[in-house]
Design a protein around this ligand. Structure first.
Ligand SMILES: [Zn+2]
Length: 597
């Protein structure tokens, strides 16, 4: 944890000049932020050490704007300290799931510190709102101020137990899904493990695996329907308790959507339908032709249209990371340096080993102000996942000088601009990963196809439009819900032939976890993709300029409203066809330049 590699103090905070002439503060990952409020030996895992610090802040009642700012920084320090303790325990648990002691240590934090900390944080929020000097704070506090005000306005004691029930019902969904296994050719698989068979060049293998998955999902159909109905009813109650007639309006505020409206989302759906869906239809037709099949079926989506084996993967961790570092370095030398720093400090856990939890995430160690990347995905997803999580990690490092914890991370709509933007900015450098030109080309084409299928813009519009329907028709019956889903699905995904499997389609929304666990969360990916595509489009004619804006916007963290963050990166926060048309056009052009063969 030492930072001997630190540069001289003289360079701290110095502003470099980028190739494109933009002033960008240099990111110093090793600069330390010594505690000023929390005692050096305090233990964030003990409530009797956390609580007195919170109470001291509450007693402080600052009597000037300057005093209030100091108090907010102390509260930030306290919150970052507690958050880092939770993050470290979570990382320890996921890196060794077969060690019950690690799980116990993490869960004891979740149970003993979590709820108490939430209650204390709410009291700190209220104390802030009641402080008369809040109105005299400098303008850079306005984003913070509106968040706290919103949070306190929505808070209701009577919703706490309902939210616990909501979480428990969500866990039931995950349990149901986790328990779904099928026997395929004599061996038992989870539905996720069947994934590679959906990419099999042999169409009958794909169909067999797909049908097995559909049949397994059918067995829990009624339970899933019942679970969703209970969640819906619960959510309506939560909204009404907080004074909202509609759950959608409540969710809008709870998700801190200050800068766009449901009407904007409707425009987004229309623009996707007009601009991206035709492109999806065209790509599907091309793939169908190459596959030599009559119609494009649900089991034809994932396969390589030329029947090639998967792209090469990298078994040696160092090899994988060296190649990644080279890609980041080609985007900008500073990024390679930051990635190297993370490697040296042990902030990357990407090796495959027994007992490691599946998946990938980026966690921030908030007190140290360092990102941590955890990765355990299928080898074929290594490349895109590291580029994506790398974008999040650079964001965390770039924003580390922000004094408020709340500003050291961005709203989701912009956090994903950092990660999706990084994926698109690195796409042209994939030859640093795949030495064979043909492989690099293919990886690039795949990254463009991912913007369309299977979870690209049309899918984002599908899920979002469905969520709007669900909660603007609160009294719907399950039959009406199926009809609405199928209508919305066909609107954005007209290329697939489901004949003979219409009832599978009618319930296929059961597989989308967000609908059960994270209501209304999904459009964020679409908003971010619009930002990332605008960066990518600029990069085609002015790469250095696009990268410079990207880096300078990351430094802002979450300190500005969403439209200003978009502006900083050189993009417009807009959902209409005028914004989307040139992006879809650029994508169509890029796809045409990269035929499958
Ligand atoms: Zn992400």
């Amino acid at each position: 944890m030492s930072s001997e590699r630190s540069t001289s103090d003289a360079s701290l905070g110095s502003r470099g000049q980028d190739a494109a002439g933009m002033p960008i503060p240099r990111i110093d990952p090793s600069r330390e932020f010594p505690r000023r409020f929390v005692p050096p030996s305090a233990d964030a895992g003990r409530w009797d050490e956390v609580e007195p610090l919170g109470e001291a802040l509450l007693r402080g009642s600052p009597d000037s704007p300057e005093g209030l700012m100091r108090c907010l920084e102390n509260a930030s320090e306290l919150a970052a300290w507690v958050a880092e303790e939770g993050a470290r325990r979570y990382i320890a648990m996921t890196s060794q799931t077969d060690d019950p002691e690690r799980e116990r240590v993490y869960l004891s934090f979740v149970r003993e510190i979590g709820p108490r900390w939430k209650a204390l944080a709410h009291r700190l929020d209220r104390a802030y709102l009641e402080n008369p000097h809040r109105r005299a704070l400098p303008p850079e506090y306005r984003v913070f101020d509106r968040r706290i005000e919103n949070r306190v306005t929505l808070y209701r004691d009577e919703n706490l137990p309902l939210q616990v029930t909501e979480t428990e019902l969500g866990q039931q969904y995950e349990k149901l899904r986790g328990a779904m296994t099928v026997v395929f050719r004599g061996q038992e698989y989870t539905l996720e493990q069947l994934g590679p068979f959906l990419e099999d060049p042999d169409r009958s293998v794909r169909e067999e695996a797909w049908v097995l998955i559909a049949e397994r999902l059918r067995r829990d159909r009624d339970e899933m329907e019942g679970l969703f109905d209970r969640l819906r009813e619960l959510r309506l109650r939560i909204a009404r308790n907080a004074g909202f007639a509609s759950y959608r309006d409540y969710a809008w505020r709870a998700r801190e959507r200050f800068d766009y409206t449901p009407e904007d989302c409707r425009r987004f759906h229309e623009a996707v339908e007009a601009r991206f869906v035709p492109l999806l239809v065209q790509v599907a037709a091309e793939r169908r032709r190459l596959l030599g099949v009559e119609t494009f079926r649900p089991w034809d989506v994932e396969v390589d249209p030329l029947g090639r084996p998967p792209l090469p993967t990298f078994e040696r961790t160092d090899d994988l990371l060296d190649r990644r570092e080279a890609v980041f370095g080609r985007v900008h030398p500073e990024l390679a340096g930051l990635f190297r720093f993370m490697r040296d400090q042990g902030l990357l856990d990407v090796e495959r080993r027994k007992g490691k939890a599946p998946g990938g995430y980026q966690q921030t160690l908030h007190e140290r102000r360092w990102p941590f990347i955890f990765l355990n995905v299928a080898p074929s997803h290594d490349v895109s996942t590291i580029l994506h999580e790398g974008g999040h990690a650079f964001h965390a490092l770039a924003a580390r000088e922000q004094p408020l914890l709340a500003y050291r991370s961005a709203p989701l709509e912009f956090a994903e601009v950092a990660s999706m933007g990084m994926e698109l900015l690195s796409a042209r450098h994939l030859d640093a990963i795949y030495p064979r030109a043909e492989d690099a080309r293919r990886a690039l084409r795949t990254s463009l196809d991912d913007l369309l299928v299977p979870k690209g813009m049309p899918w984002i519009a599908t899920i979002d439009a469905f969520q709007h329907w669900l909660y603007t028709h609160p009294e719907h019956t399950p039959a009406q819900r199926r009809e609405a889903w199928v209508g919305i699905y066909r609107r954005f995904n007209p290329a697939l032939d489901w004949s003979g499997h219409e009832d599978v389609l009618a319930y296929s929304w059961h597989r989308q976890l967000h609908l059960f666990l994270l209501p209304f969360y999904y459009i964020e990916y679409g908003v971010a993709q619009l930002g990332a595509l605008q960066i990518w489009r600029r990069a085609a004619s002015d790469y250095a300029g696009a990268v410079a804006r990207y880096r300078s916007a990351l430094v802002l963290g979450g300190s500005r409203p969403l439209p200003e963050l978009f502006e900083a990166v050189g993009a417009r926060l807009a959902f209409d066809e005028d914004t989307m048309a040139p992006l879809a056009g650029a994508l169509a052009y890029a796809v045409a330049q990269l035929p499958y063969r």
